[in-house]
Design a protein around this ligand. Sequence first.
Ligand SMILES: [Zn+2]
Length: 128
Amino acid sequence: MKGRYGFDALFIGMAVLAGLWRLLGIPMSRLRFIDSSAFNAISIFILILAFGRVFSTQLAKRSMENIRFKKFMAPAARKVRLLRNMWKDRRTHSFVKCDCKKVLRVPKVKGVHTVKCPACGRSFEVKI
Ligand SMILES: [Zn+2]
């Protein structure tokens, strides 16, 4: 692996895409829309591209591809992180959404609370 690029986030993304693509082929072939071998071929092609990146010696190009991929996936990653935090704090905190779409974490204490959004500065009341 010396001088080779190696594994990165884009590789994982491509492997997941290949797996999902292959799984998508199963119901499609059951419904007889299309032969599942076409889905399998595309899935294998994606995996070949992914491993081609891993063993590439053009480190700068592969690194730029990975940076673009991470930038593209940033909104989804932020959403996943928010959902994970909401699940983790679900017993101690409530989550309310401001009009500016910012999600605010409020301690789970019964009553009416005044909340100020740190993003837009708007104050509003929340009943828990
Ligand atoms: Zn706000």
